[in-house]
Ligand binder design. Structure first.
Ligand code: ADP
Ligand code: MG
Length: 484
């Protein structure tokens, strides 16, 4: 669906490109042996390299290179055999080196693409411009003391992959789907934990607007947005702001802006620097990084099945809808749970129960799938009981609710509560006869042409059976009886 913003001068198109910083999931930093873990006491994980001590020499962490290559392969991207680390010079109190070691002209990963899944079931391909490796900066703490700021260098030197998209997105929904898919890919690959609230995945959001069919407009960059919802809110606000500026005769200046999560607005932080302001130059302490094709091939062999491949397989093998398949593959745990539960069962039915009942109940209880009281094999067993007509779908909901509380097997609950479906025609015939005898006037109306009353009879019989009569048999027997 085309996302259109209406202005006074006509319809506007929103153009979005994202730069995502993803912390590489490693024990140690990009160029030092200090721990890269989150949440340690301030300044407890700082080597002399991370503190910018003179004379220290950086040494590349091979694990970071491996994971950057693996991520590049997951983005269907070109892996560059030679890449170059450069110094990006700027001053920040939390950047003791006075520069950040990053990659500029020669990144380790070049062009790629990923698929995003939209709510209406359509799939769109988004281009990846590049992925490069760089160091993170430390963190200034302004809220510890009324007059002073402190600095925590634990984060200084942490390994980041900066993943830059092409300006291919056209709505907040697409941007949200892109971040969600990217997060799923790095989590499947185990190259980043994707925890946005801990800052291990952060987003710079580039937004511009234009009239449909016109050239690209000037963009503003909104820095460090840390949730999918905030990415979408920031775009929504920023696009409208730009339209207002242009329509009232103003011009958009390229600048860096901040998103205010409380107000839902963006505000100017600084005018945008150009690359030449940073005086990039190759870091003389580091040789160009070469990765041989053998090395890349070995990494390719370790690739797990990724969300898109899984999605296509689910659609093909189980005949499920694109939407259902996308929801199932969104999280690795969820896809694994599904496959386990669906083994030997009606997969579509399992998908239904998983996405509606189970995820709904977990959501309500603020639980993750890992914490689910209902295990995959148990959900599978419940679906099995429906498929072989032991219980009806209605009773299954009751059983499920009980499973979610007690964690008991569905078979045990059905046995204990006597919930087995009645398929014995004799027993159902008896109830049918009773219902017909108790409602002579309704029977007369029905026979007089009021077909709708059939539902009433079915409902009455099911109710009388405690919900246990097999609905198909009830239908057949009622029809016969009412035609007598
Ligand atoms: P910088 O570091 O200067 O921000 P990058 O090349 O790292 O430059 O990132 C630029 C980002 O801005 C990319 O994600 C790109 O897709 C996006 N972008 C470029 N031009 C536009 C535009 N006109 N409107 C929206 N986004 C854009
Ligand atoms: Mg940028």
């Amino acid at each position: 669906m085309t996302y259109i913003l209406k202005g006074e001068t006509g319809d506007w198109e929103t153009v979005i490109g994202l730069e995502v910083h993803a912390q590489v999931l490693t024990k140690s930093k990009l160029f030092s042996g200090a721990s890269a873990d989150f949440g340690a006491a301030p300044n407890s994980q700082v080597s002399p390299i991370d503190a910018g001590m003179p004379g220290m020499l950086p040494v590349i962490n091979k694990e970071c290179v491996t994971k950057a290559v693996l991520t590049g392969l997951g983005l269907n991207a070109v892996i560059n055999n030679v890449s170059v680390f450069e110094r990006k010079n700027y001053f920040y109190p939390d950047l003791p080196q006075g520069y950040q070691i990053s990659q500029y002209q020669h990144p380790i990963v070049g062009n790629g693409e990923i698929e995003i899944d939209l709510a209406d079931g359509t799939v769109k391909v988004i281009g990846i411009e590049r992925l490069h490796l760089e160091q993170d900066a430390g963190k200034s703490l302004h809220d510890q003391h009324p007059q002073k700021s402190y600095v925590d260098l634990n984060r200084s030197g942490n390994p980041l992959m900066e993943i830059v998209s092409k300006p291919d997105m056209r709505s907040p929904e697409e941007a949200g789907a892109y971040v969600t898919k990217l997060r799923a890919i790095v989590r499947y690959l185990g190259t980043c934990d994707g925890n946005m609230d801990e800052g291990s995945m952060r987003c710079d959001v580039n937004v511009s607007v234009r009239k449909f069919g016109a050239e690209l407009g000037t963009r503003c960059e909104i820095k460090n947005v840390n949730s999918v919802r905030f990415v979408q809110q920031a775009i929504e606000y920023e696009a409208r702001r730009q339209i207002e500026v242009i329509e009232s005769g103003g011009k958009i200046v390229q600048e860096t802006r901040l998103f205010d999560t409380k107000q839902g607005t963006t505000r100017s932080m600084r005018s945008k620097e150009d690359a030449h302001d940073y005086r990039y130059f190759p870091d003389p302490d580091l040789l160009p990084l070469t990765v041989a094709n053998d090395f890349i091939d070995d990494i390719r062999k370790t690739m797990p099945e990724l969300p898109d491949a899984k999605k296509h397989r689910f659609i093909k093998d189980f005949g499920m809808s694109v939407q259902d398949a996308s929801v199932l593959v969104q999280e690795k745990d969820r896809a694994e749970y599904f496959e386990k539960a669906a083994e030997g069962r009606d997969a579509k039915l399992v998908a239904n129960w998983l996405t509606t009942e189970l995820l709904g109940a977990l959501n309500k209880g603020e639980k993750t799938l890992r914490e689910s009281p209902v295990k995959a094999s148990q959900l599978g067993a419940l679906v099995g009981l429906i498929s072989d007509n032991t219980i009806s779908g209605r009773i299954a909901k009751e059983v499920f609710a009980e499973m979610f509380v007690s964690g008991k097997d569905p078979g045990v609950i059905v046995e204990e509560k006597g919930l087995k479906q009645v398929t014995d025609t004799g027993a159902i015939e008896k109830i049918v006869a009773e219902v017909v005898a108790e409602n002579p006037d309704k029977v007369a109306e029905y026979k007089g042409g009021k077909d709708k009353l059939f539902g009433f009879f079915v409902g009455s019989v099911l109710k009388k059976s405690g919900g246990k009569a097999n609905p198909g048999i009830v239908n057949d027997l009622l029809k016969k009886k009412l035609e007598e």
